[in-house]
Each structure stands twice: as C-alpha cells, then as structure tokens.
Design a protein around this ligand. Sequence first.
Ligand SMILES: NC(=O)c1ccc[n+]([C@@H]2O[C@H](COP(=O)([O-])OP(=O)(O)OC[C@H]3O[C@@H](n4cnc5c(N)ncnc54)[C@H](OP(=O)(O)O)[C@@H]3O)[C@@H](O)[C@H]2O)c1
Length: 249
Amino acid sequence: MTNKVALITGASRGLGKSMAVKLAEAGFKVVINYNSNHEKAEAIVQQIRNSGGEAVAISADVTSEEAVKKLVADSHEAFGQPIEILVNNATGPQPELSLEEVTWDDYLDQLHFTAKAPLLLLKEVMPSMKKNQWGRVINIGSEVVELGNPEFSNYVTAKSAVIGMTRSWANELGKYNITVNAVHPGFIPVERHGEVTEESASGYLRDVPLNRLGKPDEIANMVRFLASKEASFVTGQNINVNGGKTFGV
Ligand SMILES: NC(=O)c1ccc[n+]([C@@H]2O[C@H](COP(=O)([O-])OP(=O)(O)OC[C@H]3O[C@@H](n4cnc5c(N)ncnc54)[C@H](OP(=O)(O)O)[C@@H]3O)[C@@H](O)[C@H]2O)c1
C-alpha cells in the first residue's frame, strides 16, 4: 500500500492528526490539510518525517472551491502523483443551539463542512481515481446522527447528510473500483475539549457498553483499515466507532 497519497482534511490536530500519523505509519504519503494552525501542522509533518514517513502540510479552507482546487494541485505538485485516498475530516466550530436560537445560517455553517467541502474535494480527486480505477473516500460523520442530541440540530442535521451521501457516492463510483465509506466516531476527547475525565463524562458513559471513552487512535485505526487493500470489498458503509453506544445522549 506504499506510494499512495492520502489527503486528510483538518489534520493539524484532533482526530485528523491521529489519522495522518497512522496512515503515514502504514506507508501512505500524507497531505496534512489545515486551516490556520501552521505550526501544529508542520510539527506533525516533522513527527512523521522523523519516523521515516512522508508528509506535507498544505493550508486551505476546504469550504472554498478555489482553495480546494489549489489544495489538490499543490498536493500533486508536492508528491508528483494524484491523491488516491481522500479523508473528509475537517470541521469548524460546533455551537450547541436550541431551536429558539438556531438559524438557517447555523445549519449552513455545518453543511459547508459535511456536504460542500466533501463534494468539492471529491470532484477534484475523482477524475484521476476513475482513470486509475482505484480510489478510497472516507467521510467522517458522528454518532450524533444515531443519538439525535437535542439543542444541537445544526450539527446533527448536517452530519446526517454524511450517511446518505456516502451510500449514493458508493453506488455511483463502485464501477470505477472507488470505495466510499463513513466512520462515525463517538465522543473522543481532543485538544478542543480541554480536560475530560471518565468521571466528568460519566453521564455519557452510562450508555457505552465498553464503559470508557475512546481514543483518537481508535478512530484512526478504522480509517487506516478502510484505506487499506484489506478493505477492498467494503463500500457504502456507515461504521460507528463509539464503544457500542446506541441510544441516549
Ligand atoms: N472529537 C470528537 O469527539 C468527535 C466526535 C464525533 C465526530 N467527530 C468528527 O471528527 C472530525 C474531527 O473532529 P475533531 O474533534 O478532531 O476536530 P478539531 O480537533 O476541532 O480539528 C478540526 C480540524 O479542522 C481544521 N479546519 C477547521 N476549519 C477548516 C477549514 N475551513 N478548512 C480546512 N480545515 C479546517 C482545523 O484546522 P486548524 O487547526 O488550522 O484550525 C483542524 O485541523 C470532525 O468531522 C468531527 O465532526 C469528532
């Protein structure tokens, strides 16, 4: 599986960072996309290079058509080959808003990340994937679509789009040997969540059969599997990686 280029959007921190490191460990050349956090993105590039992997960091607002075109072109220039694995992971702020507070623009803010950015990116990487009759697209959703968290309908609605979009893309692209799957993480504390302990998360953990919080690497492991040759007959799937939490918020 070496020599293939994987683009992970929003990989300067959080889950995307773990995905980038895991994919690099597996031999992929990784493009670490980020929005503004140049230092963190470069630190991950360094970490990967120090371990013998190949990586570049490229800043781009993935919700902008122009920026996405440049991101894919810059990636091609950096590695001299097309992107074969696309991981749609980037996210912006996720405000929790009641139905009284939320506006249509709040819905759009989330849809820009869950539907617009993945579509813009797919359209840029799809021609070479089709030509090479090989591609992997991995969309990052969320368990919130199963839980239906209240006062979060902006995010829940937008993440729901990932499910149908993944199935539709998989149906359309299967004949080109391009697989499309979605990984739906549970609550995985990352930098932006600050200090989270099993105790402070006890309410959430009540309905988690494995009775603990997940780790970024556990999401990245699933992404790595879906990107691998071992996942060659898996497409159109929405996979929860959340310790089995199936109901309640
Ligand atoms: N962590 C969880 O508990 C959890 C649970 C369920 C689902 N998820 C999903 O998993 C994914 C990763 O979440 P996370 O918690 O790891 O997020 P995070 O820590 O907030 O990281 C967000 C990443 O997206 C980048 N980003 C923000 N705006 C961008 C833009 N316009 N263009 C390109 N990149 C942009 C950020 O770059 P900068 O650093 O430059 O700002 C950063 O690398 C998201 O899709 C999220 O919805 C997370």
